[in-house]
Design a protein around this ligand. Structure first.
Ligand code: GRG
Length: 297
């Protein structure tokens, strides 16, 4: 990663951290345990890739930073909720996430379910708030797109396919690609396109960002599959070797590590090409595509 990209990622991560701190107050009374769990799930960890994509996308259209930050932070809340629920005993039953005990291990299962629910709903509360954007039509479109990305025809649908097909021998590359487009790709697509929604961009730039996101999402997932095979828990902050242990078909199990790596790099390069028309303004997005496939966490 170039020092410029590292600084930009760190800077935006810091902004998101501070926004999460404000938007997820500690709370008091008997429900304070819920607020603590929401904060535990969201603060102090993660690469903050999705918010970075949203903030950088918004910069292409000169969207007000405060508006973009609220959308980026809401998106991160949805992502954090998905991690909390994915780690539950009924799903992946994981003990480690972002280098610390998962929410149900640190608190308890019921609290983890509620914290996930409350993060998801808080995200939509943030998007719908007039402070996020002065134009109610833009707020409605953001809510619609985020709901589609996160719901049954997006991330949650992808998770269902994942659970249903676990251990199945029949999954081919087309089926895995579809699963991952929903499970991880849909939220990455929202991240990349949300700036164009906030900036009321025309169909050309929106299509370019969608193309970028689709290739980036797959490259991201291929790298995630590679890290599950080749990474360590110390690097990734989560358990590794899980896919093979569960007999999951992944890009790596189907293509082999070397082809998956080559394919991920090709997709990252292709992702960057979609942004040609933005010129130097999209340099950081192009750079982040390169980093996504070389990352170790
Ligand atoms: C349970 C509703 C529900 C959805 C689960 C996205 C998802 C669907 C589960 C996350 C589990 C997982 C390992 C998915 C594969 C790729 C992925 C999304 C990894 C985690 O994202 P990163 O690497 O995590 O951006 P950080 O911690 O850096 O934010």
């Amino acid at each position: 990663m170039t020092p410029e990209l590292a600084a930009a990622l760190a800077d935006d991560a810091d902004r998101v951290e501070r926004a999460l701190d404000v938007l997820l107050p500690a709370g008091d009374g008997p429900e304070s345990r819920l607020f603590q769990a929401m904060r535990y799930a969201s603060l102090g960890g993660g690469k903050r890739l999705r918010p970075f994509l949203a903030l950088e996308g918004a910069r292409l259209f000169a969207v007000a930073e405060a508006c973009a930050l609220r959308v980026a932070t809401a998106l991160e809340m949805v992502h954090c909720y998905s991690l909390v629920h994915d780690d539950l005993p009924a799903m992946d039953d994981d003990a480690l996430r972002r280098g610390k005990p998962t929410v149900h291990r640190e608190f308890d299962e019921a609290t983890a379910i509620l914290a996930g629910d409350a993060l998801l709903t808080r995200a939509f509360e943030v998007i719908a708030d007039p402070m996020t954007h002065g134009d109610a039509g833009v707020r409605a479109e953001l809510a619609l797109q985020l709901a589609r990305a996160a719901g049954a025809e997006g991330m949650v649908g992808g998770q269902m396919i994942d659970l249903e097909t676990e251990g199945s021998e029949d999954l081919d590359i087309g089926a895995i690609t579809r699963l991952q487009r929903l499970k991880t790709g849909a939220l990455i697509l929202f991240a990349c396109e949300s700036g164009a929604v906030m900036g009321k961009a025309g169909p050309g730039p929106r299509e370019a960002l969608r193309g970028f996101a689709q290739d980036l999402g797959l490259a991201f997932q291929m790298t995630d599959d590679l890290l599950d095979v080749e990474g360590t828990a110390a690097e990734t902050g989560k358990a590794v070797g899980k896919d093979a242990a569960r007999g999951k078909a992944t890009f790596v199990s189907l293509l082999g590590a070397e082809r998956a790596r080559t394919q991920a790099r090709l997709l990252a390069a292709q992702a960057a090409e979609h942004l040609a028309a933005f010129g130097p303004a999209a340099a950081r997005l192009r750079e982040v595509a390169r980093w996504v496939v070389e990352r170790r966490s």
